[in-house]
Design a protein around this ligand. Structure first.
Ligand SMILES: [Ca+2]
Length: 329
């Protein structure tokens, strides 16, 4: 970052101010102190770093660094030293590029696929942990529901399906995940390059050390599993501590509600109901072991799918929300 010198000068000035004004209670030192403390310090041997390590000879990484320098005024030395530490993750490549299936042609939808999917999320453990999560965050959930006009049980259910209420937020270093996906895979390389760009901007804006955040193999972060672009545009500081931190329960609750609100959630409106028979508008088919289920889905169902574009995902969120709400009454 180019303002390091300025920061050091500022810090020095602040130190002098503090030492000179220790007895003066009107000196406002809280804000600048906090700002300095959260900006990651750069190593003293930071100057004139070459791009070494796994990506030393990668032209796309060199071009990406150049782009970040020209477009966003990052220091090339800073990014070279950062990407020198980036790791290529083979399991991320495997997950993004599944081997072609060579068996018999599958039927769609796969019989019983909804039953198997549902079993992962509509469990006693999910309902009980959802109730506990709601209970210990009741004020934040209520405030988020009112502030953003989102039914509280859906805020809880999203966090339950995404990360089991924060227990499974992922352990992959985001820098490694996104660098691997951007430069070592093909299918969505452009998308992940943009997310990597957003990740670096996010770390600079929020004062995160870029080597620290961990999350899913695909680069999703925190209790609500936000990608960096969503983090930048939709995360909120809901506990008012001056930082957007999606690993914090309250910030995650506010941010999920904000996400739903921005995607058009209609408060207290229906999401889906099961119907007999099939066909007609806004009807989806889910393949249960006992046979196909048909559901009439509403606008809010599509809003859930903005989070993850899958009927099964949205239905799991809906049913978990309803199960938790019913038990809480
Ligand atoms: Ca916060």
């Amino acid at each position: 970052m180019k303002n390091t010198g300025y920061k050091r000068l500022f810090k020095l000035t602040l130190t002098l101010m503090l030492s000179g004004c220790a007895s003066n209670p009107v000196v406002k030192i809280d804000e600048p102190t906090q700002t300095i403390a959260t900006i990651p310090e750069q190593a003293p041997d930071f100057q004139r770093q070459e791009l070494i390590g796994t990506y030393a000879n990668s032209l796309p990484v060199q071009k990406f660094i150049q782009h970040m320098v020209l477009e966003h005024h990052f220091s090339a030395d800073y990014l070279n030293s950062l990407f020198a530490k980036a790791q290529r993750l083979d399991y991320v490549i495997r997950l993004e590029s599944p081997q072609p299936y060579l068996g018999p042609k599958p039927t769609h939808p796969s019989p019983g696929s909804w039953t198997r999917y549902r079993k992962q999320f509509i469990t006693e453990a999910h309902i009980n942990n959802g109730l506990a999560f709601w209970g210990s965050n009741a004020d934040a959930i209520q405030k988020a529901s009112v502030t953003y006009g989102v039914d509280p049980e859906y805020i809880v259910a999203i966090i339950g399906v995404e990360t089991f209420f924060g227990r499974n937020v992922g352990k992959t270093r985001i820098l490694d995940a996104l660098t691997t996906l951007a430069f070592d895979t093909q299918r969505r390389a452009k998308y992940f390059t943009t997310e990597l760009e957003n990740f670096l901007l996010m770390t600079r804006e929020e004062g995160y050390e870029p080597l620290n955040p961990v999350g899913s193999w695909a680069g999703a972060m925190g209790l609500g599993q936000f990608m960096p672009s969503s983090f930048r545009s939709l995360a909120v500081d809901f506990n008012n501590d001056g930082h957007r931190n999606l690993w914090d329960q309250q910030d995650a609750i506010g941010s999920v509600a904000h996400y739903f609100s921005k995607n058009g959630w209609q408060n207290s409106k229906p999401v889906a109901e099961q119907i007999q028979g099939q066909g007609g508008e806004a009807i989806i088919e889910l393949s249960a072991i006992s046979g196909s289920e048909y559901w009439h889905v509403h606008h809010n169902f599509k809003v859930i799918k903005k989070y993850n574009n899958s009927d099964k995902y949205a239905m799991a969120v809906h049913q978990l929300a309803q199960a938790i709400k019913l038990r809480r009454l």
